[in-house]
Design a binder for this molecule. Sequence first.
Ligand code: CP3
Length: 360
Amino acid sequence: MSASADSLNRQAVVPGTSAFVRAARREDVGYTPIWFMRQAGRVLPEYRAVRERWSLVEICRQPELCVDVTLQPLRRMDLDAAVVFSDIMLPLIGVGVGLEIVEHVGPVIAHPVRRLEDVAVLRPLEPEQDVPFLLETLRLLKQQLAPEGKALLGFAGAPFTLASYLIEGKPSRDFVRTKSAMYGEPEMWRALMERLTTITITYLHAQADAGADALQLFDSWVGALGPADYAEYVQPYTRRIFAALRARGLPLIHFGTNTATLLDLMKDDGASVIGVDWRLPLDAAWERIGPALGIQGNLDPAVLFAPRDVMESRADDVLRRAGGRPGHIFNLGHGLLPATPLDRVVQLAEFVRLRSDRCR
Ligand code: CP3
């Protein structure tokens, strides 16, 4: 039986809740669900073709086009989830922050936040007015994905990662301005984190209302902090976000990179699944997180540039370390790199689909 026919059969057995969501709840679904961060993006020629005509934000503003872009990777591969095509900066654009998402650079802010007064630009988000197109995209996607047994993932940037862009004004390596504000301007830091927390809670609730089956909080750059700073300057806000969403009963995924020393804290923040990068072996990371939570990850995205047999043995290693325990969702440790050969991505999805049965 082909991989896709096999997975369709499984979905036919249990209509309703997707395998992804059940696995995130640590139910045994008989295989390891898989998706890739940045699966809709530059690895796909059909995405690059759309981008020749439209910018990222222009794609987001056209729900039918955005639905199409979101589904592009699922037409190529048998993935368990679609992640709505958007960017972590979208709600900030929605409340009126002047910024541009510059290709090969990332978000660039017109007027970086440097003083307490600058924080005022972050008014509360009104999703139906500020990001109506995203909500419409989610509603349309839900109609298409639910009958297929595929999960729809919504997401948001976490306050630290958003604050780092707002303060630095552009992507940063050392986060010196961000940390200077954290240590030296406590009033501004608190005000900024409070406002970002409020925006993020509203934004994630709106995505769940519009049909998201699970929500991922991207704190991509939080690993720049040590545990004491994470506990003092970031954790209270992350906890507030997960506490506000917990009653909805959806899987909540907390993702960061370079978090090996933060996992002991992150595990108590209220997420149900922790997304980990490749810097810790998956079994060691799961040990830190504990058996009560699911885990997502954690193949090094650079391994997709290796020969196929090397890539497969590394993917096999991730699956063996998970040991078929319910609660593992296969992913990379960070997003797909734009230059990744598409063949490898397709091969990896197939390999994980076929191999994950045998690891239990
Ligand atoms: O398939 C998906 O994963 C959905 C789309 C998605 C995008 N951004 C689209 C995008 C998601 C989940 C994001 C989240 C995001 N955006 C994060 C968190 C995830 C991570 O990678 O850590 C961060 C830090 C950003 C900010 C951002 N936006 C960066 C660093 C970049 C890269 C700049 C570049 O050109 O390489 C972007 C731009 C961006 N967001 C692209 C895409 C597809 C690429 C540029 C483009 O196609 O115009």
